[in-house]
Write a protein that binds this ligand. Structure first.
Ligand code: FPP
Length: 232
């Protein structure tokens, strides 16, 4: 969800108004995902590296997360949305951690749409914490090292319960992954748009989905193999 700061700057407003507009955009996108029958939406709300931002911006963001949880969790619940947080929660205040846990518990049985919010998340952090927990399992005698495969490793990652993403959307014009779902995006289709996140609406999401639908996903196979044509 990149571009909140630039969106605000263009309007000569403080960055926090950009983040607030970003929250509105997220709400609209979540609602549209429900309408489009999308099963899982994972958003990058705060990276492990974002702690390096100026202290006042971090405190604005933390305040916004707190208020958003208070305001949105019950409405999301009423709409059948399950909320999950991925990332190192221990980096947040105990109040925020409690609210995250409460929202996860409240929405745990909802099945319409799973919204994973990546907060204090980094793809390398995720792979490292999975390796650490796997090593512990091995030390506890629950795992045989020679039997470790991709599937087993994936079970230790933060998104173990979610399928690999089909489509990755980055707003704001940058064309990089910035330490998002490094393991999970091995065969994800990438879509980059210059649209700043607060301007990303239902129409923009539809456009991204249309672009996705025109891609041929080969997963390492040939086109002929996938279509079953005679050259296969
Ligand atoms: C990146 O834009 C955005 C963020 C670091 C914060 C994302 C937060 C929201 C969209 C608020 C709503 C989220 C939740 C979970 C309630 P940037 O600040 O890097 O923008 P810039 O590149 O234009 O400076």
């Amino acid at each position: 969800m990149d571009g909140n700061g630039r969106w605000a700057k263009k309007r000569h407003q403080p960055r926090k108004l950009g983040h607030r507009a970003g929250q509105k955009a997220l709400r609209a996108v979540v609602e549209h995902c429900v309408r489009r029958g999308i099963g899982t939406l994972t958003v990058f709300a705060f990276s492990s590296e974002n702690w390096g931002r100026p202290a006042h911006e971090i405190s604005n963001l933390m305040e916004l997360f707190l208020r958003a949880l208070d305001k949105e969790a019950s409405e999301l619940h009423q709409n059948g949305v399950r909320l999950r947080f991925i990332g190192d929660k221990t980096g947040f205040t105990s109040t925020l951690q409690e609210k995250m846990l409460a929202a996860e518990t409240l929405t745990a049985n909802n099945t319409k749409l799973v919204v994973n919010i990546a907060a204090n998340y980094g793809g390398r952090w995720d792979i490292t914490q999975a390796a650490r927990r796997m090593a512990q399992s091995f030390a506890d005698g629950k795992l045989v090292s020679g039997e470790i495969d991709e599937q087993q490793f994936g079970n230790f990652l933060a998104l173990a319960e979610s399928p690999d993403p089909d489509l990755f959307i980055r707003t704001g014009g940058e064309m990089r992954i910035s330490n998002f779902l490094l393991w999970q995006s091995a065969y994800t289709e990438f879509y980059f748009t210059p649209v700043l996140w607060p301007d990303f609406d239902e129409h923009e999401l539809d456009q991204a989905i249309t672009a996705f639908q025109s891609r041929e996903r080969r997963f390492g196979y040939t086109s002929e193999q996938l279509t079953g044509s005679s050259d296969a």
